[in-house]
Design a protein around this ligand. Structure first.
Ligand code: GLP
Length: 257
């Protein structure tokens, strides 16, 4: 695992946009897993800028979003589908048929999960999974549990995850769905490359546990330690505890700019 500590959140966003843009230039038909969340907003802004500068071609790319709330439609302002339109899809030449989102209004969510997995398999699997991390260590919406599910499935959201997402529902916790569909940890770990982003002091403790603590389903992001190609991009506030690591398998670098 390679960890890069950047001076601030904006530099994290730009570094990940550069990495993704370069992958798209090298392999224009790349298949991406994409996150939502506040941390990813500056990343999408930087990626759109790169796209506009001709350095992140989306014409042949396929994307698969990590998760979606159940009971929320793609036109609902709180949905991750709306988030993606606002922050990425409206600004790049990604073809509509290649934007894969889980449908939160599916009559049979488990069938929807299976459909999503089939579409991902048809696309050839994930080349790059870009992830955020929840304050409780979730990736996608794989919440801490005694056991985790490998493939896309329905989850019950933790109270802390519902609180963290209330901003999408005008701050009204009662409106945040209690269940979601999420890519499973097996699907995420199947990506050839995983990029994890975390910024801000609020992520400091969970970043330390996820990267330096034991691999445990209590911290789903810790499973990434078992993946052969993970790049973690953090700002100083989130990464301050990592610098004292003596772990040989965790290579810490400070970004030059
Ligand atoms: C959200 C999403 C996750 C995201 C995480 C981080 O709830 N379901 O996919 O990575 O939580 O969110 P934030 O960046 O807002 O802290």
């Amino acid at each position: 695992m390679r960890v890069v500590i950047h001076p601030d959140a904006e530099r994290v966003a730009r570094a990940i946009a550069r990495l993704v843009g370069q992958r798209l230039q090298a392999q224009p038909s790349s298949v991406l897993a994409l996150p939502t969340g506040r941390t990813a907003i500056p990343f999408y802004r930087a990626l759109v800028e790169r796209h506009q500068a001709g350095r992140a071609p989306f014409r042949r790319v396929s994307t698969f979003n990590l998760d979606e709330f159940l009971g929320v439609g793609p036109r609902d302002a709180g949905s991750y589908a709306s988030y993606m339109r606002e922050h990425l899809f409206a600004h790049v030449d990604l073809q509509e048929g290649r934007r894969h989102l889980l449908n939160g209004l599916a009559a049979d969510p488990e069938r929807e999960a299976a459909r999503f997995e089939r579409a991902l398999a048809r696309a050839g699997g994930l080349d790059v999974a870009v992830l955020g991390i929840g304050g409780n260590g979730h990736i996608g919406f794989n919440e801490p549990a005694r056991g985790l599910t490998a493939r896309t499935h329905v989850v019950r959201l933790d109270a802390s995850s519902r609180r963290a997402n209330a901003y999408l529902f005008a701050g009204r916790l009662s409106r945040v769905p209690s269940r979601a569909l999420t890519m499973g940890v097996g699907t995420i770990l199947g990506a050839r490359t995983v990029v994890l982003m975390a910024t801000g002091a609020g992520k400091r403790a969970i970043v330390r546990r996820a990267l330096l603590g034991p691999v445990t389903t209590d911290v789903p992001a810790s499973l990434l330690q078992a993946h052969p190609d993970v790049i973690v991009m953090v700002d100083r506030a989130a990464g301050v505890d990592l610098t004292r690591s003596r772990r040989a398998d965790v290579m810490i670098e400070r970004a030059r700019t």
